[in-house]
Design a protein around this ligand. Structure first.
Ligand SMILES: Nc1ncnc2c1ncn2[C@@H]1O[C@H](COP(=O)(O)OP(=O)(O)OP(=O)(O)O)[C@@H](O)[C@H]1O
Length: 283
């Protein structure tokens, strides 16, 4: 992954004044083409029997083709709820979500979610059948083509040898690789990942981040990634949206193209992590 110029593509109104003019190129940038995903003033709420819980308040951001866009914020700030809304599982109370200019009203094969839980793979299907299943269910491909696509995607995540294995025989990291292969096989417009590596041990988590970045280098998919780890956000993302504690509001957007696994421990990386910490938690 190479460092590239600062990109300022978030709508200025979504950012606190202090960040609107960040970067010398800001004013010189040409108008960006229409974003792939637009989240526009989105307020999300849960109605329980006793009360209404507001999860996010008027959140706006834009994700462009091949972005690795990270939603970062403390526990309970509405990151997963935002992902569910983009997935089409929850309707905004206010605002609108658009994908390719079309308002999102329901789930669809153009948005696939990879979750944290290891049990997202039906245990009675082999690894290959797990990857093929959504392709067949959505009638995207016939059986032969689905099998070819599944094997191709399993090769991309290094699991060719395990195509005929059952999920219970795999490690946590391997199960997450299958879930990623299954999602990529659908060729979604946006791949949604909700803390996909949070339940893994530290070494496996690091390896999975590395593999995800290598996969992105190969396929250039558009990624929307949720985490509450500042370090993971800097490693995985090229752009990071910082959300305030509950209910989530946009605190800032950070460009993080220049960071990757190679920058871990470096002074610049530490300083940016520190700055993000301040933006997230200082009142
Ligand atoms: N099904 C639900 N019913 C009522 N309130 C909910 C429900 N799911 C989430 N909430 C509330 O909405 C808010 C946002 O939750 P959400 O899970 O989106 O946060 P999060 O940022 O993803 O947190 P975490 O990092 O801990 O997963 C929280 O206050 C939570 O308690």
């Amino acid at each position: 992954m190479t460092a590239t110029a600062t990109l300022r593509s978030a709508p200025a109104h979504a950012l606190p004044p202090a960040l609107r003019s960040e970067g010398p190129q800001a004013a010189a940038q040409p108008a960006p083409q229409e974003a792939l995903l637009q989240v526009d003033g989105v307020t999300l709420e849960y109605a329980t029997r006793e009360r209404v819980v507001r999860a996010t308040h008027r959140v706006s951001f834009e994700v462009h083709q091949a972005d690795r866009f990270v939603l970062l914020g403390p526990s309970g700030c509405g990151k997963s709820t935002l992902l569910k809304a983009i997935g089409g599982f929850i309707a905004p109370r206010e605002g609108e979500i658009r994908l390719d200019g079309q308002a999102v009203h329901q789930p669809g094969p153009d948005r696939i979610v990879v979750f944290q839980e290891f049990d997202q793979l039906p245990p009675w299907k082999t690894v290959k059948a797990n990857v093929m299943f959504p392709l067949l269910a959505a009638r995207k491909l016939g059986r032969k083509e689905a099998e070819e696509r599944a094997l191709d995607c399993l090769a991309k995540v290094g699991l060719s040898k395990f195509a005929d294995a059952y999920p219970h025989t795999l490690s946590g990291g391997m199960k997450q690789r299958v879930a990623i292969a299954r999602a990529l096989a659908m060729q979604p417009k946006v791949l949604l990942m909700d803390e996909p590596f949070a339940a893994l041990d530290a070494l496996t988590r690091r390896r999975m981040q590395e593999e995800l970045l290598a996969l992105w280098d190969d396929v250039r998919f558009t990624l929307l990634f949720v985490t509450h780890s500042i370090e993971e956000a800097l490693v995985v993302g090229n752009r990071i949206l910082l959300l305030s504690p509950h209910p989530g509001r946009v605190r800032a957007e950070i460009n993080s193209h220049q960071y990757g696994l190679h920058s871990l421990g470096g002074a610049d990386f530490q300083a940016t992590a520190q700055r993000i910490h301040g933006l997230l938690f200082d009142q």
